[in-house]
Every structure is written in C-alpha cells, then in structure tokens.
Design a protein around this ligand. Sequence first.
Ligand SMILES: [Zn+2]
Ligand SMILES: [Zn+2]
Length: 225
Amino acid sequence: MNFDSYTDLGVEAAAGLVNLLTPGFNRGRAQQVGQSRSDRQRRAEEAETTIWGSSGRLSDSESGGLYELAERLRPVFEAAARGAQDDVAHLINALLRDYHAAPQLARHDSEPWHLHFHSQEKEAGRARARGATCATALAIVVGTGGLSRLGVCRADRCNRVFVDTSRNASKQFCSPSCMSRQKVASFRARRATASVPETLSRVDDPRASELRIQGTTSAAAAPRP
Ligand SMILES: [Zn+2]
Ligand SMILES: [Zn+2]
C-alpha cells in the first residue's frame, strides 16, 4: 500500500481480526469462530500468531477482548463498502476513544522518528493495545483519502473483509476463489435469463458467443471439440 509500514500493518491486522474472529461466511462456507470457551481461546491465540507473530497463551479476558475488538472493526469495513463516510468516521473515532489510542513519535534502534500507535495505558492489556493500533491505522487510511481501500467481499456466501492494495482500487472480492465463484454464478444467472442452449453456452468455448450472435446455427450443429 502507499502508507508507511506501520499503517499497512495496522489495517491488515484489523482485516485479519475481522476475518478470523467474526462469524458469517467465508468463501462459500459458514465461518466457524469457536463454539466453546477453549475453542475461542485457541482461535484468538491463532489470530495473535497469524497477525502479529506473537505466541503464548491468552487469558479468557484477553481472548474475549480480541473477539470484541473484531466485532467492532467489522462495521468499519461494512460502512466503507457502502460508501457511508460519516459512519466510518464516527465508528473509528469511537474506537480511538474506547481503546485509548495515543500515537507517539518514537526513535530507536537507529531508525528515524516514526509513529507508534500505542494505547495511553501501557499495561492495559493485549486487546486494548491491538485496538489502539488498528484504530490509529484505520484513522490514518481514512483521513488520507483511503476509505475506498476498505471493503467487504461481494461474492455470494462470503462476508470476509479486505484492504484493497490494487493500483486502481478496484478490488471486489476477498480472494481469487470468490472471484471465480462469482463469475460462474453470474454466468449461470445470465444463461438462465437468456435461455441459451446448453451446448452453445460453455464458458470456455469462444464459438459460443459467435454462434449466438449469428443466431443461425442450432445447438445440434455446433462443432464439438
Ligand atoms: Zn518503533
Ligand atoms: Zn470472499
């Protein structure tokens, strides 16, 4: 993305938390987010490892806090996908307040001055710290014209979210698999409406469209590969 690496990390982390810890659908399948307390704890630990590379056990309240954060981050992506700019701004402001975000310029390890996205309360716990980081990163993205970079997959039976890093901000799906699922679905829908003969409507047969345009060749006469 065009932002600095801390911002990139923060918005990708926000999307990652939403995708791992909120229910709904994921690429055509129901998304499990943990039934029992131990399931949820294990999933939250996985999220910590996948997103931040940190290992170790989480307490009940730490894993609960991460789930709660994920539930609060999802509406930001959903409002952004609807283009509801005011909602996005209000939601992020509430996150900045509630997670006590207090970005600070820092300099260490011979790096130049750069922004740390910390919470005001250093000992406030993991979810508070993660929330402050995600909220600050989202605020920077949205505050610098990047609202259209946040989205929700538009494929059927998928509501995973994404950060669009494509050059022209044209991403619509969370993954190549959702893109092809949706292509097939809309192709079938079009075919059902147009009631084009089965043999002429194969996606991979370039003759199909040709034959349809000419409108003179019957399905039975179509050459077979
Ligand atoms: Zn640093
Ligand atoms: Zn998807």
